[in-house]
Design a protein around this ligand. Structure first.
Ligand code: AMP
Ligand code: ZN
Length: 466
């Protein structure tokens, strides 16, 4: 069956047809690098990773662009408070972002353009908006005039008649109730300190929304196929992106708009004040396996609210263990005689996987098909009813699933060697009566989720299961 997506723009499930046959061009709103990304952000990036990987599985050549918002009100303020340059401030968070996405096995996009490196493209677009009567100057700043764009509100359902005449907004983030003309270019003021560009538009800096319009079109052309982000981006950010991009050129911006629902933690909204804005490193520090985090973030349909729980993380690890054990069981099959019993099981699994994901990335039936296969083939193995060749075919299918899901293949056992080496170091420290070092190593292992037990037979270790 054909691939279908729920398009926020048309509010319907639609069959996916790319603009250029065999190719997909996709833009995702990426991190604002003013702080470490939290697991809510990673829900968005993992949904986008699933989308990318499944499009590739379907045979498309994918060009994916994710921006890095390395300039906004908050990061400018924070850099000033710390007395460092904006680029020094944001570098920490950019680096951490790339480290995390690798750990979470999020495939790298083709482009990660940073806003501060695309000021000329933004200036060009703002000039066109001025020429075409969609923007105006006021006190050195330049604003987009919403009433000049009759389609404003089509994506989010915002009623343009509610617009307050003459109201303007400079802040990067604002609420629905205060929708109004928004800043494309902000004249420099003291709060910006050293952060400004001298351009044809004057001395200042761009607003937040214009960066996504300018950078998506630069790398993908206009129109492109898919634009995504979390639901919080629909209004005003994506509405503004459409107005800017279509206002500047008169052409359609993007064909399919996909939005992921938010993530809650233990039934509550994430909030700094609740101490539940977990980063990936926080969870790993508590001994959790990053692939269990990937599993938990991926296995709820992207349009459903996801309740992230520690119990769920343990269950995720159990599910991963079943997949990894199955993989190893398959590798251990040596039987030479063909039985012909595996083929129909694999066919069913493959069809179930694709039927699920074709249906707007419906992950639950896709996963259920994999686990049905695991159960059925495991019993064939137990009964000696599967040949080596059939086991290899099953492994090949598992590899195809892994290319989409990224957690099917067992983790390399080098982890075990690393643990053994650390235990050895601790034993040496104990012999040397260097208790501080011995404790440090024990804590380091605990952070990796390894619990030590000193017995008469020596030190034993086990994985913490939560
Ligand atoms: P930001 O760094 O805040 O600009 O957000 C980056 C991406 O994460 C955007 O696509 C957001 O919509 C998404 N996002 C932010 N918070 C959450 C959350 N709690 N759950 C899911 N996605 C989120
Ligand atoms: Zn954006």
């Amino acid at each position: 069956m054909a691939l279908r997506f729920f398009n926020t723009f048309t509010k319907r499930i639609e069959e996916f047809t790319p603009i250029r046959p065999g190719e997909v061009r996709m833009y995702n709103c990426g991190p604002t690098v003013y702080d470490f990304a939290h697991i809510g952000n990673y829900r968005a990036y993992i949904f986008e990773d699933l989308l990318r990987r499944y499009l590739k599985y379907k045979g498309y050549k994918v060009t994916q662009v994710m921006n890095l918002t390395d300039i906004d009100d908050k990061s400018i303020r924070a850099a000033r408070e710390q007395g460092i340059r904006l680029d020094q401030y944001t570098k920490t968070y950019k680096d951490a972002f790339f480290e995390d996405i690798d750990t979470l096995k999020i495939e790298r996009a083709e482009h990660y353009p940073a806003a501060t490196e695309h000021i000329p493209e933004m200036v060009e677009m703002i000039k066109r908006l001025l020429e075409r009567g969609h923007a105006y100057r006021k006190d050195g700043s330049i604003y987009f005039q919403i009433k000049s764009f009759p389609n404003y509100g089509k994506l989010s359902g915002f009623d343009i008649s509610q617009l307050k005449a003459g109201a303007r907004i400079d802040a990067d983030e604002y609420e629905k109730e205060t929708a109004s003309d928004f800043a494309l270019w902000k004249a420099w003021d003291e709060e910006d300190g050293e952060v400004f560009w001298e351009t044809e538009l004057g001395k200042g800096r761009p607003g937040w929304h214009i960066e996504c319009s300018a950078m998506s079109i630069k790398y993908l052309g206009q129109p492109f196929d898919i634009h995504t982000g979390g639901v919080d981006n629909i209004f005003p950010h994506h509405e503004n992106e459409i107005a800017q991009s279509e206002g500047a050129s008169g052409e359609k911006f993007a064909n399919y708009w996909l939005h992921n629902a938010h993530l809650m933690v233990e039934g509550r909204k994430m909030a700094k004040s609740l101490g539940n804005c977990y980063t990936l490193k926080d969870l790993m520090g508590l001994g959790h396996n990053p692939l269990a985090v990937r599993h938990e973030l991926l296995t709820t349909h992207y349009k459903q609210q996801l309740n992230f729980t520690f119990e769920g993380l343990s269950a995720a690890l159990g599910a991963l263990q079943r997949l990894w054990d199955f993989w190893r069981n398959l590798e251990g099959v040596t039987e030479e005689t063909e039985r012909g019993r595996a083929a129909p099981i694999l066919e069913r699994a493959s069809a179930g996987f694709e039927d699920g994901l074709d249906d707007d990335l419906n992950i639950s039936p896709a996963l259920a098909s994999i686990f049905d296969m695991v159960r059925e083939v495991n019993s064939l193995i137990a009964e000696g009813q599967i040949s080596k060749e059939e086991a290899l075919e099953t492994l090949n299918l598992m590899k195809r699933f892994d290319a989409v899901l990224g957690f099917i293949r067992p983790e390399e056992s080098t982890i075990d060697e690393e643990i053994e080496a650390l235990i050895e170091r601790r034993n040496q420290a104990r012999k040397d009566k260097d208790w501080a070092e011995a404790d440090r190593v024990r804590d380091e292992l605990l952070k990796k989720g390894i619990i030590l037990e000193d017995t008469k037979q020596g030190t034993k270790w086990k994985r913490k299961l939560e």
